[in-house]
Design a protein around this ligand. Structure first.
Ligand code: SF4
Length: 447
């Protein structure tokens, strides 16, 4: 029996307020046919043959697959999507009664909705895996495209991190606790639980790190160096008490802790030990872009996966939900430049337009190369994958590779999966749940 995550008052999802506009073609880029696995190719062929990408065309086609599945599963079906999905997936998932939110709210949806036994997620794999960790044995979690990985999560696979963790534990023992950002596999979340640490998100990282530092002398923060640095700045942890470990690709096989810049002396003085991962989508932003918009009277808000310099130059920083609320609550006439994922900003521009608020992408500066890319891997979940997943599930023919269980690891280039045995899954669920519960407790206590 899995432990329930308790106290969920701040995790209620809200509707995005986005509308499907009949004349606005979908902004989702088509994938080439060879990017679909065999089961999904028939749906992709139909989709790619549609005459246009206008909502009424796509909806007519999608309804043929989604509505029978909704009739078949009734109230047992729950669709989930992240804010970073192309605008139309966000709108389509909401149109079919699903939940669109950030990774914190999504993670808790299985527990919040115990009667939903068929949960289908259109987002990256670690998000679906987190839902599966907190799901009951009666709830099945599926991802529309298992090859939708998060590149940041891929920079800190457990086999990359374990050699460093083992050395750190040998040196510091119980003095060391691990804080795993939500953008990690369940295997790393379990390590956080096992080492007296917790999971965190971009909105609560400062609360979680502070809480963990109340009971441990030092924190290993995985995997985002920039969120780690921004969190340290928020907590007033000085640079001389922060060490970044080299990424495994830059480490020789016989690497030891003594090889960190500054050596063991520096490491012993560190309160925060950072893994050197990053998000390619959020590290494109530069201080000059922030200054350009501010000089023109715009307010700038960025995601804390951006560099510390960018965050400190901006008017505000925070999670996806924070950025959405900035746009949703800004007074009429406000001008906002937002530094985060491109699809999200597209949605925010539309949300702002409804409210008389001008919104631009932070990198959208005339005369400079367009740098506002979206999260390419998240976008691997598209309308054909949604239609195919629901239709295959209804017919009882869903490929097992789309099923998500705790500890699953997918190679996003080969599509091959490594799955833990039942005993290993149970251990992972126990330890990762402990780390997730601690995050929820800390977050709820602060709100
Ligand atoms: S935007 Fe970056 S951190 Fe977020 S899911 Fe995509 S690759 Fe991962």
């Amino acid at each position: 029996m899995r432990d329930a995550i308790t106290s969920l008052t701040s995790s209620a999802p809200t509707a995005t307020g986005l509308l499907l506009q009949p004349d606005d073609p979908v902004c989702q880029q088509d994938l080439a046919l060879d990017r679909y696995d065999e089961h999904f190719k028939p749906y992709a062929e139909e989709y790619l043959a549609l005459p246009n990408r206008l909502p009424e065309t796509i909806l007519g086609w999608l309804d043929r697959y989604v509505e029978p599945a909704r009739d078949h599963f009734g109230d047992a079906l729950l669709l989930l999507s992240h804010f970073y999905m192309g605008g139309e997936i966000v709108k389509l998932v909401e149109r079919y009664g699903g939940v669109v939110s950030d990774s914190y709210v999504l993670a808790l949806q299985a527990q919040r909705n115990p009667t939903k036994t068929v949960i289908v997620e259109s987002a990256v794999h670690f998000m679906a895996e987190t839902v599966s960790i907190l799901a009951s044995p009666q709830q099945q979690v599926w991802i529309t495209n298992p090859r939708a990985g998060c590149t940041m999560e891929m920079m800190a696979k457990d086999w990359m991190v374990m050699p460093a963790i083992n050395q750190l534990i040998a040196r510091y023992g119980d003095e060391l606790a691990t804080v795993a950002y939500m953008n990690t596999s369940g295997r790393l979340k379990a390590i956080a639980g096992r080492t007296g640490g917790a999971v965190c998100t971009s909105s609560n990282a400062h609360l979680v790190v502070q809480d963990v530092l109340d009971t441990a002398d030092r924190v290993l923060f995985l995997p985002d160096e920039h969120l780690g640095r921004n969190t340290a700045a928020k907590l007033g942890i000085p640079d001389e008490h922060i060490v970044t470990l080299p990424h495994p690709s830059n480490m020789p096989a016989d690497w030891t802790l003594g090889d960190v810049s500054g050596g063991l002396e520096r490491l012993d003085a560190a309160t925060l030990i950072l893994w050197g991962g990053f998000c390619g989508v959020h590290t494109v932003f530069e201080v000059e872009q922030v200054t350009w918009w501010k000089d023109k009277g715009w307010d700038v808000h960025v995601h804390p996966e951006s560099t510390r310099e960018v965050v400190q130059a901006a008017d505000g920083s925070g999670s996806t939900n924070y950025l959405w609320n900035v746009v949703s609550q800004a007074p009429q006439g406000a001008k906002l430049a937002i530094g985060t994922e491109g699809h999200f900003v597209q949605n925010a521009i539309e949300r702002g337009r409804q409210r008389g608020v001008e919104v631009r992408h932070l990198a959208d500066i005339p005369g400079t190369p367009a740098a506002g890319c979206g999260c390419a891997t998240m976008s691997r979940n598209d309308p054909p994958h949604l239609a195919g997943m629901l239709d295959l599930l209804r017919r009882g023919e869903a490929p097992d590779i789309n099923r998500v269980l705790p500890g699953d690891m997918i190679d996003d280039s080969t599509g091959l999966r490594t799955r833990l045995n039942q005993a290993e899954q149970d251990t992972l669920v126990r330890d990762a749940t402990r780390a997730l519960q601690r995050m929820v407790d800390i977050t709820e206590a602060a709100s």
